[in-house]
Design a protein around this ligand. Structure first.
Ligand code: BGC
Length: 490
């Protein structure tokens, strides 16, 4: 497949009519970036917006010299990961980890059951690895919780909403650190949750730890989101006092804060996003209709499902597989983004046919040359749009932070299955960046996978909280117009 395809005029008229939703012109992309910037600014000025622009209370990015051993928990995708992270300094770290499956029952049952399961997993992890930590001191844990949480401190924050197929009862509006700590205490697990961190914030910290200062940490995986570094004075919803305090801190302590944008919820009002009938169907059949509009066009949880909706439309218009479907193709979320990746990576028509047979169970002798082309077209259209929209989010942050007016590097640390496994993702992101911020600017942007961002980032935040505590500083920072003692000191 071509890394950066354009529309194909040999395709049937019905297909060409759909293309405008997927191949976005430079004008369209720039309009989207403009809309995104408006939402970013609105979220920085006001609490309660969908694009929540959450202050993380993480004020320092690491320089790679940090050392210490911490536990890290990572909840937010398909699995729960429990890790022991040893920060070794010199930009190095070491991770021991185990994964625990989160079933659909846990994702949609009572929050208490989910947190009990997490506490049990931590317990069995500690037994498994035979931790050597000090018996008399509780083990510090950083909790990467990859959902929108309105944080009021490094170790405190209320869940705003669930995303990515989670819908546990009695969690929204609750402090997730407390939910976890209560479960650990109920189970007598000798662990103290000292920091709460979004995976994007973790990715930004981990990338900075490993490769020098990054501007953005982005996840393109089951869900999508980005965090970036902003001046506290730009986060005007924090109020006058916070801003004045932040200035006292100076460049290295307090003037800047990592902001978790929650860009997955950008344009829930659908003012600028290219919403097609396939996106609309996906949204209305989802467990969170009218939420996470951007995420539903970009992230791994949904790309397979958009392709499925397109393929079914083509089947029903008798353009594909002679009008025949298969039980998998008929099943809601019947296949995932791995199918899209396999089709995009295929090097011959035969490889495409084999993937269609393997993943959709359509017999190979029922797959015509036109079927091969149409399936490739659908996968390419959906993943090209996902990359172009991802670029719009990155461009909006770059422009918002005025990074182009400075000479420092513009580095984006990324993690997630889409960034890692979807063929041509970075090339396509770059093509759309050229259309939005221009060629010279695009060349200044560097991308790099920040593997293990969630684990290492959580450990780095736990270290920050630990240091603050040892120095007798209380890690809590009140939001809004309250006085903000310690904001500059953390
Ligand atoms: C969540 C974010 C998270 C992202 C990537 C989204 O659904 O709202 O908090 O960072 O997924 O995991």
């Amino acid at each position: 497949m071509a890394p950066v395809p354009t529309s194909n005029s040999k395709l049937p008229a019905e297909v060409q009519a759909i293309e405008k939703f997927f191949y976005l012109t430079p004008e369209r992309l720039n309009e989207i970036v403009k809309g995104f910037r408006t939402e970013f600014e609105d979220g920085l000025q006001n609490f309660g917006r969908d694009t929540a622009m959450i202050p993380s209370y993480c004020l320092n990015v690491p320089n790679g010299s940090e050392v210490g051993t911490f536990l890290a928990l990572d909840l937010g995708g398909t699995n729960l990961r429990v890790c022991e992270v040893t920060l070794e300094g010199k930009n190095n770290f070491n991770v021991q980890q185990r994964k625990y499956k989160i079933t659909d029952e846990l994702k949609q049952g009572e929050a208490r059951a989910l947190f009990d399961y997490i506490a049990d997993s931590v317990d069995s992890f500690l037994t498994d690895i035979g931790t050597e930590m000090d018996e008399n001191e509780k083990i510090h844990l950083g909790f990467t919780f990859s959902f929108p949480v309105e944080q009021t401190a490094l170790n405190k924050g209320k869940l705003l909403t669930w995303t990515k197929g989670f819908a546990c009862k009695n969690a929204i509006g609750h402090d997730v650190v407390k939910l976890l700590q209560d479960a650990l205490d109920r189970k007598h697990v000798h662990v103290r949750c000292s920091a709460l961190v979004n995976d994007t914030v973790g990715t930004l910290l981990s990338r900075s730890y490993q490769s020098g200062p990054a501007l953005i940490g982005a996840i393109f995986g089951t869900g999508t989101n980005g965090a970036y570094i902003d001046r506290v004075e730009t986060i005007t919803k924090l109020g006058e006092t916070a801003i004045t305090e932040s200035k006292k801190g100076g460049k290295d302590a307090g003037e800047y804060m990592v902001v978790n944008t929650e860009w997955g919820a950008i344009d829930n009002q659908r003012k600028v996003l290219p919403v097609s009938m396939f996106d609309n169907k996906l949204d209305r059949e989802s467990i969170n209709p009218r939420k996470q509009a951007f995420e539903k066009m970009v992230s791994g949880m949904y790309l397979g499902e958009i392709v499925r909706n397109i393929l079914l439309y083509l089947v029903d218009n008798l353009l594909l597989f002679s009008g025949y479907s298969s039980p998998i193709l008929n099943t809601h979320y019947g296949f995932d983004t791995a199918f899209v990746s396999a089709i995009e990576a295929a090097k011959s028509a035969q490889e495409v046919k084999s993937a269609i047979f393997r993943e959709l169970n359509i017999p190979e002798n029922n797959i015509s040359e036109q079927d091969v082309e149409l399936v490739q077209w659908a996968c390419q259209a959906v993943s090209t749009r996902a990359a172009a929209l991802s670029a719009c989010a990155v461009a909006a942050v770059v422009l918002h932070t005025k990074a182009l007016d400075r000479s420092d590097p513009i580095d984006v640390g990324m993690d997630g299955s889409v960034a890692e496994f979807l063929p041509f993702f970075e090339e396509r992101v770059r093509a759309a960046l050229r259309d939005t911020i221009g060629q010279d600017a695009e060349q200044r942007v560097t991308f790099g996978l920040a593997k293990d961002g969630s684990g290492v980032g959580a450990a780095l935040c736990a270290l920050q909280a630990y240091k603050a505590e040892k120095q007798g500083l209380h890690p809590e920072v009140k939001k809004m117009d309250a006085t903000v003692p310690g904001l500059a000191d953390l």
